[in-house]
Design a protein around this ligand. Structure first.
Ligand code: PSU
Ligand code: MN
Length: 334
């Protein structure tokens, strides 16, 4: 087993000897996280911190909107009374909180930066590569740093046809084993939303939609699926997070915030583009972890950039609500 004790990993290793005596040996490994001074200070003082992912920067949006959005979202978090911690890997080192130059570096490189889910963490670290963390890798690293609230746009899920291809995002598995609240706008309709909700249930993830009984589908407030639960305030979401801790469940919470009403019309247009992009992906044989970036890029082109506009506004809205949840959570722990 591995315990994290004062930020050090301690591995216990029991060995059997012929005389029947069990010797307990242990060795320590320093965690390899670079936490920015601002984030470290906030964590030490118990101030609200909000984690932000980086695949949305490199693979989810084009340069230079990706950089401006990343910086603006950080500012929304600050304006909402929390400290942003954007997470990415720079030359093999997981960074919790990024300097502006580091953000610009990965934003410029865009899709040339490797997309890193949990499985890819050891690879990019050992090879000392840059990496953009998905929801799964970001959640794992955030939790390791002691961050309990994480804001993004949309999460990965079960892909359409996933019952055959088994293309099920590692985001779902991660949510099941990481005590963190992920605030998003639901899952895009490029995915199989009913099956995504089924897998979240299997993994033990509490799914609560914010101010609605419908599970939202990113560009539209309605997925056609009833949300397993609902929360109507940041305090309520924070109370769920605290309950997870009180029981030591070790699992996460998905808070799904519907797209703001002002953007919902744009959202309907995007939905039509998604249907087209899905057909193209099928006929061009796009597979694996290239499916999501392909669909997002096609939808952006087909809507003449209007999907990007809606996307940016919705992430900022999530950032406001996520920051409020982080503040409530910090207050409840006092
Ligand atoms: N969905 C979006 N925008 C995104 C992603 C998903 O609407 O940017 C990114 C996130 O980083 C998410 C990842 O964690 O894609 C999921 O990829 P995959 O399906 O390969 O697990
Ligand atoms: Mn996948």
């Amino acid at each position: 087993p591995c315990y994290i004790y004062r930020q050090k990993f301690i591995f216990f290793d029991a060995e059997d000897f012929s005389c029947g005596v069990r010797r307990l040996s242990f060795f320590m490994v320093e965690p390899r996280l670079q936490v920015s001074p601002e984030v470290q200070a906030a964590l030490t003082e118990g101030l609200p911190v909000v984690a932000l992912e980086s695949t949305i920067i490199t693979h989810g949006m084009p340069w230079p909107d990706n950089l401006s959005t990343a910086l603006e979202v950080e500012n929304v978090v600050r304006a909402s009374g929390a400290i942003p911690a954007t997470i990415a890997i720079i030359k093999g080192v997981p960074h919790i909180g990024m300097q502006r130059e580091e953000l610009e570096h990965i934003a410029r490189k865009g899709t040339a930066v490797q997309k890193v889910s949990r499985r890819d963490l050891p690879v990019v670290m050992a090879k000392q590569l840059d990496g953009a963390t998905t929801v799964s890798a970001t959640a794992a690293l955030a939790a390791l740093a002691g961050i309990h609230v994480f804001v993004t746009g949309g999460i990965g899920g079960v892909h359409r046809g996933g019952e055959v291809t088994m293309d099920v995002s590692a985001d779902l598995t991660e949510l099941g084993r990481t005590p963190i609240a992920v605030v998003c706008a639901g899952a895009k309709s490029i995915l199989d939303i009913p099956r995504t909700l089924e897998v979240l249930e299997t993994r033990g993830v509490a799914v609560a939609s914010y101010g609605t009984d419908d599970f939202p589908a990113f560009f539209t407030p309605h997925s056609g699926c009833r949300s397993p639960a609902r929360v109507d305030s940041p305090a309520e979401a924070a109370a769920m997070l605290k309950s997870i801790q009180q029981l030591g469940l070790g699992s996460g919470i998905l808070v799904a915030v519907p797209i703001p009403r002002e953007q919902a019309a744009e959202g309907e247009e995007v939905e039509a583009a998604i249907r087209t992009a899905l057909q193209e992906a099928g006929s061009q044989g796009i597979k694996g972890n290239e499916v999501t970036p392909f669909l997002l890029e096609r939808v952006r082109t087909l809507t003449g950039g209007r999907s990007l506009d809606a996307n940016i506004k919705l992430v900022k809205n999530n950032a406001r609500i996520g920051s409020a949840i982080a503040r409530q959570y910090a207050a409840q722990l006092r």
